[in-house]
Design a protein around this ligand. Structure first.
Ligand code: KG4
Ligand code: ZN
Length: 339
């Protein structure tokens, strides 16, 4: 099956998704994800529970990936795993498993930076799409991350903007919670917003001059507006939920796109890409795609490669494999792994 192409097993366990993928050449043969639903009832990821769930799921998910790709462990050329950043108790499960597997199977180990992997997901070969040309800017937006990355090559990228407080997904989830929508509320808020008037309510805008993001002012502004208007009318949220969702969504997307376009102008780079769970947001996608007809090149990967997944770890591993960069058995998980 693997033929002459390099075959990489990717393992991802940085947060609350346990994932295993098989990459052959630049194509994904399997990308299996076990999402942990247990966190829903706590309104956020509980690290201890995440770690336990990874331990339960890691063997079955790797078996599933091998079965789906129709290969055996012996066919693999290397094992790529997420070293960080992420939650310690989650990372350690994937790292320890990868190290043990490498010892037993005598296969080389490759440590991967989760954030770089999000960017490199764009290089997974998908029929009908082309990878972004260098240089490009990648907006990585999820429940844990908000970054603008300037990418000149698979091993040549810099963070030029990041959040100084909440991540974009967190901003969606926290705003949704204020409206009584269950965690993670981002997708539901997005759905409700489709019917609403985005101009009905306006909220405070961040005043940060550089390429960094801030969502805490917006969050406070939403909270105060809801609180004040609910004093006047106890049914305020119920009666205005749809317009509130649309207005909040517009405010968050405005913040994201304003900075992405500023970065594009500052750097003179008109190829734009997006990664992370928030790239599922309908408003963000529409507005990004409309740029595509206005002198920009916009790349949006398949959703399964946007959210946390091992396919992106495998493709990042393949680039490292080609450079001959391997990890030793002394490698350890690093929750604050630097860029
Ligand atoms: O990448 P992801 O699956 O997991 C990590 O956080 O790493 O991203 C999940 C985040 C959550 O905050 C979720 O609310 C947000 O992405 N999200 C959305 C949408 N779909 C997912 N936010 C806004 N609109 C959406 N359609
Ligand atoms: Zn991620």
């Amino acid at each position: 099956m693997s033929g002459k192409h390099t075959t990489i097993l990717g393992i991802e366990s940085s947060c609350d998704d346990t994932s295993a993928a098989i990459l052959c050449g630049n194509k994904i043969m399997a990308n299996c994800v076990a999402t942990q639903h247990i966190h829903q009832k706590y309104g956020g990821v509980v690290p201890e529970l995440a770690s336990r769930a990874h331990q339960e799921q890691i063997v079955p998910i790797i078996k599933e990936a091998l079965v789906n790709a129709k290969i055996e462990l012996k066919d693999i050329d290397a094992i790529a795993f997420t070293r960080g950043p992420g939650l310690m108790g989650s990372l350690v499960v994937g790292v320890s498993f990868a190290k043990a597997l490498s010892l037993v199977m005598k296969k080389p180990l490759i440590d991967v930076n989760h954030m770089k992997a999000h960017v490199l997901a764009h290089f997974i070969e998908v029929e009908g799409t082309t990878a972004p040309g260098f240089p490009f800017l990648c907006l990585t937006v999820s429940g844990g991350h908000t970054q603008i990355v300037e990418v000149h090559g698979p091993n040549d990228m810099n963070v030029i903007g990041t959040t100084i407080d909440d991540a974009a997904g967190e901003a969606f989830d926290k705003a949704a919670k204020m409206l009584g929508i269950d965690y993670p509320g981002g997708p539901e808020l997005d759905k409700i917003a489709e019917e609403g008037n985005p101009e009905k309510f306006s909220f405070a805008k961040p005043r940060i001059k550089n390429l960094d993001f801030s969502f805490s002012g917006l969050k406070t502004s939403i909270l105060y507006k809801i609180r004040d208007l609910s004093i006047e009318n106890p049914d305020f949220i119920k009666e205005n939920k749809i317009d509130l969702c649309a207005s909040i969504r517009k405010s968050i997307v405005d913040i994201l796109l304003e900075k992405l376009l500023k970065a594009s102008k500052d750097k003179g780079i008109k190829t734009l890409a997006i990664a992370g769970g928030v790239s599922a947001n309908r408003e963000l996608r529409r507005r990004l795609l409309s740029l595509d007809q206005n002198g920009y090149r916009v790349h949006i990967p398949r959703f399964e490669y946007c959210t946390d997944n091992a396919a992106m770890v495998a493709i990042a591993g393949k680039f490292a494999f080609e450079r001959g960069e391997f990890a030793s058995q002394n490698v350890s998980a690093d929750p604050r792994l630097k860029w």
